[in-house]
Design a binder for this molecule. Structure first.
Ligand SMILES: [Zn+2]
Length: 370
């Protein structure tokens, strides 16, 4: 218990102990019966290529993912494609823990780590790809800067001759000062620079921090799949779908939102040869007012990050998911995958409908303006 608490925090450890007791006592089996006629949609983001899982909760280590696929297999989860899952949902044909696996964003790890493992288990997945970094083929600037500030090998970052502020010695032990300096750099890069200039800043900041930028670039730990890799995944039966071009879908701006889908769709369609019609809200932020736009754009389903299972009453443009995080103990994943989701709500993310955090470290995609 002490080890679990140390790794995941007390709240999560108590929850894990409770779930373990449920599992041993057979309560999980009862929940599985409850969830039998509901659709479970699992949500992943990146997969670890180097040491990203110690840094952001969105990168799943290879061994954890393999273990989770073993859990799905042992639980006899009925893993189907998104199209098949939605057809069963609409026609009331859901039986035997129907599960759909989804992967957001399109990080390179989805290609290098997740896809081969999924194939080993005979599973498929829908990958919602945001295309800005697919075209640029560069690491996500914001993630590199987060990494520089979190893992600098120097105690003080000596920032010199930069366009976004004065020369400064940033004491990295001072969290407020460090965050302030980090956001100055990110905001300048994302709003005032083009991609080449951003990468130059990332290279320079890495050098100040004693971090090997070439390693980040070579391992592609913060990079997306390229067009050839997307084409390859599609040819292997993976379902490539919409996630906007610049990872944004502004609730108050119909024209900008529709343009995001158009650009995203054009690039993906050229890679896959088919027109994507399923959508994932960037950052899980959505609002009912956007449904008319999605329908207008021919979008048939949309997933949120709201936790829960789906049944016939769930709107197809607000599907719920169970999001995996590397901080989640194995027993919690097993319980979620067995349909205990509604009972896990207190520790899951709250609905983010209508909110729009512009500057928060929860965002793992950039906010590049050009
Ligand atoms: Zn995303």
């Amino acid at each position: 218990m002490k080890g679990v608490a140390g790794r995941y925090g007390w709240r999560r450890a108590v929850k894990a102990a409770f779930l373990h007791a449920c599992r041993v006592s057979g309560v999980v089996h009862i929940f599985r019966l409850f969830a039998k006629r509901k659709l479970l949609v699992l949500c992943y983001h990146g997969f670890e290529l180097d040491d990203e899982s110690r840094f952001r909760q969105i990168f799943t280590p290879r061994d954890s993912f393999r273990h989770q696929l073993e859990v799905l297999s042992a639980q006899k989860s009925n893993v189907v494609s998104l199209g098949e899952g939605l057809a069963r949902l609409k026609e009331g044909r859901l039986t035997g823990n129907t599960t759909v696996i989804t992967i957001d964003d399109g990080f390179y790890g989805a290609y290098a780590v997740a896809a081969p493992l999924l194939e080993k288990f005979g599973y498929t997945a829908t990958i919602y790809v945001s295309t800005y970094h697919v075209i640029k083929e560069t690491p996500v600037f914001r993630l590199v800067i987060y990494y520089v500030f979190d893992f600098a090998s120097v105690p003080v970052l000596r920032v010199r001759n930069v366009a976004w502020g004065e020369d400064q010695d940033v004491d990295l032990a001072d969290r407020d000062a460090s965050r302030r300096a980090m956001w100055q750099c990110i905001t300048y890069g994302e709003t005032a620079c083009n991609e080449a200039q951003r990468q130059e800043i990332a290279r320079r900041m890495s050098a100040y921090a004693g971090i090997d930028y070439e390693h980040i670039s070579r391992t592609r730990m913060f990079s997306y799949m390229n067009r050839g890799e997307i084409r390859d995944l599609a040819s292997r039966g993976f379902d490539i779908q919409l996630h906007t071009h610049r990872h944004r879908f502004p609730p108050g701006d119909r024209a900008a939102a529709c343009k995001e889908i158009e650009e995203n769709r054009g690039i993906l369609e050229a890679c896959t040869g088919y027109r994507p019609v399923h959508f994932c809200y960037p950052d899980g932020i959505w609002d009912r007012s956007q449904w008319a736009w999605l329908k207008e754009m021919g979008v048939e389903s949309a997933v949120t990050s709201d936790p829960g299972l789906n049944d016939r009453r769930t709107p197809l443009l607000a599907l719920r998911r169970f999001s995996y995080s590397p901080r989640m103990p194995d027993v919690e994943f097993a319980a979620g995958a067995a349909g205990l989701m509604p009972f896990l709500r207190p520790i899951a993310q709250p609905s983010r409908r209508g909110t729009r955090p512009l500057q928060t470290e929860e965002r793992h995609n950039g906010n590049e303006q050009k």
